[in-house]
Design a protein around this ligand. Structure first.
Ligand code: HSE
Length: 310
């Protein structure tokens, strides 16, 4: 039996639309991500369990784990009869890389089960392809951090899909999911097809400056440059009172704030535990819309997708 855990992730982190993402784990040691268990079997079997299994399609052929199994078997040229159980702990359409969790956990589990016929690059390429089928177009800013851990920059050049870059270890990441769904494809469809030259130049300045500040350990500079001029101006309409919430969170002392991936999860970065606790409390009281919503105080997850069972 193989049991694999894949962590939640925050895509874009404001400044790197589709090219930057971080994997996160709650500071209290809870697991915020999906688990996939594979056992050998004579026939093919799929099961869904976990808090959010009820959100999965009833038709198994529409389920991500089936798609992953199908693509994986096609590449290795053999249909592998296994029993796959997805523990769906991540809400779908939350902006926390829920589909990336299921994809990464399933493919890593299948690969381990079959004695690793696919190398890291091939696995990640396949993860991006399946993510693209689900969300409308391939983007690696959830699957890459989910798979490798850390802060990942999507390179997609010279045989590299993604590489880890330095991050500020003192940053505490707070994520708040209000308990409602926004599909990535709909949040992508409201973005402009083209941007003005001025916006492109400004985006280049912010992104390259952020990467520079990360390598040269200039924390304040990195924070100032961490602005989203690509998605936030259009997506904020999907999040009621976005600007008021942003103002309140920054007033509490958070050093940065934004939409996690395609939303509706929002994230805040703090450098003190007191501010993190206050921010978490404020978000619980003011941002959650129902009982399924949650707030987690997290740190960067540096391990990525990993084996957690026998
Ligand atoms: N970069 C993607 C987007 C992430 O913002 O559409 C989706 O979670």
């Amino acid at each position: 039996m193989i049991k694999i855990y894949a962590p939640a992730s925050i895509g874009n982190i404001n400044v790197g639309f589709d090219v930057l993402g971080v994997a996160i784990s709650p500071e209290n040691g809870e697991l915020l991500g999906d688990c996939v268990t594979i056992t050998s079997n004579n026939t093919l079997n799929f099961h869904n369990t976990g808090k959010f299994a009820c959100q999965l399609p009833k038709n198994i052929k529409k389920n991500i784990i089936w798609k992953c199994w199908k693509h994986f078997c096609k590449i290795i040229g053999k249909k592998i009869p296994v029993s796959i159980t997805l523990e769906k702990n991540m809400p779908i359409g939350s902006g926390l890389g829920s589909s990336a969790c299921s994809i990464s956990a399933t493919l890593v589990a299948m690969n381990q089960f079959c004695n690793k016929p696919l190398d890291e690059r091939k696995l990640l390429y396949l993860m991006g392809k399946i993510e693209g089928e689900i969300s409308g177009e391939p983007h690696y800013d959830n699957v890459a951090p989910c798979y490798y851990g850390g802060l990942q920059l999507i390179i997609n050049e010279n045989n590299y899909i993604s590489q880890g870059i330095p991050f500020f270890k003192n940053w505490i990441w707070i994520v708040a999911w209000p308990g409602i769904k926004i599909s990535t494809s709909s949040a992508r469809s409201i973005l402009p097809l083209e941007y003005k030259t001025k916006t492109c130049i400004e985006h280049s300045r912010l992104l390259s400056g952020f990467i520079h500040a990360s390598y040269t350990k200039q924390e304040n500079l990195a924070t100032q440059l961490m602005q989203d001029i690509i998605a936030e101006p259009y997506r904020m309409q999907l999040i009621p009172n976005f600007l008021e919430i942003k103002k309140s969170i920054l007033k509490l002392g958070a050093i940065n704030f934004g939409i996690s991936g395609s939303g509706p999860t929002i994230f805040a970065i703090c450098t003190s535990h007191v501010v993190a606790e206050n921010t978490s409390k404020w978000l619980k009281e003011n941002y959650l819309q129902n009982k399924t919503g949650f707030v987690h105080i997290c740190k960067l997850d540096t391990k990525g997708t990993r084996n957690i069972g026998a």
